[in-house]
Design a protein around this ligand. Structure first.
Ligand code: PMP
Length: 435
């Protein structure tokens, strides 16, 4: 309730740890809630799992059907699909849930080979390599490509998997102001000048690491203004661009200008794993040196088939126009939802076309009320706070899907508006209704 939030202003900035621990005790039930269905436009959220009676350990669950505004199910492939699902099931029968082997020792099935070709073709790159986890793709690849004597210049809001990969690489890391090419240029010039007197030549390698759509901001990167890039397209591949090719297509950048393209299959393609696409030489090098390729079990075959099939749908190779319709729908849904939220007076971050829509709450103490009041009205939202965002920049992060109908979005807007008034997060005057 509103009153329970009073007196909880984050005034103890110097006491981050103490504050964050107390805050998390208060808001913990907003996180880690189990879901008991596929993460479609609507899903079943388990409100309570409890032991009815300690002797029998019988479990009771209370399940609530909610409008899902939180999953990265951008194209709606994270639910049964007429083309993908039968193929994934068939793969489960013919292969198994797991290859039980690393890629180099028997874990490369014909599906993995097909998947890597399919990803490289989709991205317009010579070759690709896939991994079982998007997070591990960043955290394992950066240490292979970079090391001592090399320089990583990283956007200040890059994802934690990039931060960990960069730190683990042993390279020197410099951070540039989020999405600000002029500051990147300044850092780059300083570093080149700094590298010279010490080594008589610049760094052995300099890599600029950016994201296609920033996961906590919803903004598109300033790609056309940056050179020599490692581009993480976790949230943009499949989700933006006329044919789903991501920010390069959307912003008119030739993929030949992006040296290392990284992305995940966990969002638009409704599966799991990550990829790196680039030149033949780069991928060949990674196949012999990357520990996550050499020592980790390969992507589950049904998951690989799900990716191949969903890319075929996006490309129209399933013989239907569903892919094009999904792409048009996510764009239309995202732009509609963003502009309606703005009209209501919310502060919404991010760019047009981006399906990631952070609504600023600022004060993290507003998280419990916002999350619970939405949930009471059967709308599930993801709230994000420190350490995923700066302490005083808490937000609700909406992810729009092609699976949402206009009715779903209108319902969500009604709920957002009501709860927004209640929690006091409409920071701008609402636009008057047009007659
Ligand atoms: N990169 C970015 C930008 C992300 O947002 C995420 C996860 N949301 C990842 C990488 C990790 O991907 P995955 O969840 O597929 O492991």
């Amino acid at each position: 309730s509103k009153s329970s939030l009073q007196g909880y202003a984050p005034i103890c900035l110097g006491l981050e740890d103490f504050y964050v621990r107390r805050l998390y005790l208060r808001i913990q039930d907003c996180f880690n809630r189990p879901i008991s269905s596929s993460p479609d436009a609507w899903f079943d959220l388990v409100e309570r799992i409890s032991n009815d009676n300690n002797k029998t350990l019988k479990r009771t669950t209370k399940v609530k059907r909610c409008l899902n505004l939180g999953s990265y199910n951008y194209l709606g492939f994270a639910a049964a699909d007429e083309y993908c699902t039968p193929r994934a099931i068939e793969t489960l029968k013919n292969f198994a849930p797991s290859s039980c082997s690393t890629r180099v020792d028997g874990g490369t099935t014909t599906l993995h080979v097909e998947l890597e070709k399919c990803v490289a073709n989709f991205l317009g790159k010579e070759a690709a390599i896939v991994f079982g986890m998007g997070y591990a793709t960043n955290s394992a690849i950066l240490p292979v490509l970079m090391g001592k004597g090399r320089l990583i210049i990283s956007d200040s809001l890059n994802h934690n998997s990039i931060v960990n990969g960069a730190r683990g690489s042993g390279a020197t890391i410099r951070v540039f102001q989020h999405n600000t090419p002029s500051h990147l240029e300044k850092v780059l010039r300083e570093q080149i000048a700094e590298g010279q007197p010490r080594t008589h030549r610049p760094w052995k390698k300099i890599m600029v690491v950016v994201e296609g759509i920033y996961s906590m901001e919803g903004e598109l990167c300033q790609l056309p203004e940056i050179a020599y890039v490692y581009l993480d397209e976790a949230h943009s591949i499949g989700a933006v661009g006329k044919t789903g090719r991501g920010v390069c297509e959307l912003l008119g950048v030739d993929t030949a200008d992006v040296d290392i393209m990284m992305g995940t299959f966990t969002k638009s393609f409704g599966s799991c794993g990550g990829y790196i696409a680039g030149s033949k030489e780069l991928i060949q090098y990674l196949k012999y040196t990357c520990p996550a390729h050499l020592y980790a079990t390969s992507i589950s075959p049904p998951a690989a088939e799900q990716i191949i099939s969903s890319i075929k749908v996006v490309n129209g190779e399933d013989g239907s126009s569903r892919g094009a319709q999904k792409l048009a729908k996510i764009r239309e849904n995202s732009n509609f939802f963003r502009s309606e939220l703005q009209k209501m007076g919310f502060e919404v971050l991010g760019d047009n076309d981006s399906p990631v829509m952070p609504i600023m709450l600022y004060n993290p103490a507003k998280i419990p009320a916002f999350s619970r009041e939405c949930l009471k009205r059967n709308v599930a939202v993801v709230t994000v706070a420190f350490p995923a965002t700066p302490l005083l920049l808490a937000r609700a992060r909406i992810c729009i899907s092609a699976a949402h109908s206009r009715e779903d979005l209108v319902k969500a807007l009604e709920v957002m508006s009501e709860v927004g008034d209640m929690v006091g997060i409409k920071y701008f005057p609402a636009e008057p209704e047009k007659q």
